[in-house]
Design a protein around this ligand. Structure first.
Ligand SMILES: *Cc1c(COP(=O)(O)O)cnc(C)c1O
Length: 362
């Protein structure tokens, strides 16, 4: 395994800083499963307040908090609606079906986002032959959709439509604060549109682990029972909640730096012959670009880059994703762009990369 010098694979690769580790070391803790961890309680109160909701519950991962949300709203046999590339449907191991008996109906949108016209006619009739369409899941920012921050008016319109038509709404806000910083809106502006919201601390916020599910008191009480059922009720979880409190105080505004670095990377990629990118589509910290198929595929390019110390992910046969984060500077981004240019110029077809990352077989 070559030494990875610049890791753009994901924003999950960040390591806790000395200051975050100090906050972890100082954390007051208790038995959270009994509701007695003061740091977890503080984090849950803080997140409920930031989202404009009544309550919140800490979870191990974004997958867990998303699936707690699905289970809160749905019963076995129900169906949820989601954009085609949605994480809940595509990248959580089939959890809606496996854990809750729920079918995902994937609806093609644009850059991971939907509008009312995409959804009209998709709610099944009340008929014993059909499953019950119960829940709409949206993602902000969109991940595989393209790292986009939803326009607030579109979000409100789509959620309003869903509620008017008797659906519950859940937001996969793994990168909600990236969306807030890029979109110029508050977390509460987004939160008030949804019944439940899931947020990750382990992405751009730089924590080692942890997520939260936010909603009304009844839904969150229900979610606590589900968390236990899913094996996610913890004991002295204040150790990790302390990192999340630290991140909320120190690592939110600085996401703008990651977005600026992503834009810089996108502009550099646009100058490289053999690669293509729509620079305007890069709004947050996720940079998706395409390789000219006559030169090779995404897995081969990713393998060649890795050999030169730059790690990016193949997210499709000819599509790659590079991700900026807390441990990536502007200088790193410029160096990575140089490596990318040299690699494409040198040719990468002979590198072994038989699969295209976790997403598809080549
Ligand atoms: C990372 C991520 C999650 C959570 O995934 P984990 O593997 O549980 O960390 C959920 N939704 C989106 C859009 C994500 O990017």
């Amino acid at each position: 395994m070559p030494n990875v010098l610049i890791n753009l694979y994901s924003d999950t690769v960040t390591k806790p800083t000395a200051a975050m580790r100090e906050a972890i070391a100082r954390a007051e803790v208790g038995d959270d499963m009994s509701g007695e961890d003061p740091t977890v309680n503080r984090l849950e109160a803080l997140m409920a307040e930031r989202l404009g909701h009544e309550a919140a519950v800490f979870a191990c991962s974004g997958t867990q908090s998303n699936q707690m949300g699905v289970r809160v709203h749905c019963v076995p046999g129900d169906e949820l609606l989601i954009e085609s590339a949605g994480h809940i449907a595509c990248f959580e191991g089939g959890a809606p079906a496996a854990l809750s008996g729920v079918t995902c109906r994937q609806i093609p949108g644009r850059l991971g986002m939907l509008d009312i016209a995409d959804l009209e006619g998709k709610i099944k009739a009340d008929n014993q032959h059909l499953c019950t369409t119960r829940l709409l899941c949206l993602e902000n920012t969109t991940n595989v959709g393209g790292g986009r921050a939803w326009p607030l008016d579109q979000l409100a319109r789509v959620c309003g439509w869903a509620h008017d038509n008797g659906l519950k709404t859940h937001l996969d806000g793994a990168r909600l604060f990236n969306a807030c910083v890029a979109g110029g809106y508050s977390a509460a502006d987004v939160g008030r549109n949804f019944d439940t919201i899931s947020i990750c601390f382990s992405k751009g916020l730089g924590c080692p682990m942890g997520s939260v599910l936010v909603g009304n008191r009844d839904d969150i009480r229900k979610a606590r029972r589900i968390r236990k059922l899913f094996g996610g009720a913890l004991r002295q979880a204040g150790i990790v909640a302390a990192a999340a409190v630290y991140a909320m105080e120190n690592n939110v505004e600085r996401l703008a730096v990651d977005h600026e670095n992503a834009k810089t990377l996108a502009r550099e990629i646009a100058k490289i012959d053999g690669l293509s990118i729509t620079v305007e589509d890069v709004e947050t910290n996720l940079v998706f670009f395409e390789v000219d198929p006559t030169l090779g595929n995404a897995a081969q390019l990713a393998a060649a880059l890795l050999e030169r110390g730059v790690k990016a992910g193949a997210s499709g046969a000819y599509r790659l994703r590079a991700c900026t984060h807390l441990d990536i500077s502007r200088d790193d981004v410029l160096k990575a762009a140089d490596v990318l240019r040299q690699t494409v110029q040198a040719g990468f077809r002979n590198y072994k990369g038989s699969t295209t990352g976790p997403y598809a077989r080549a």
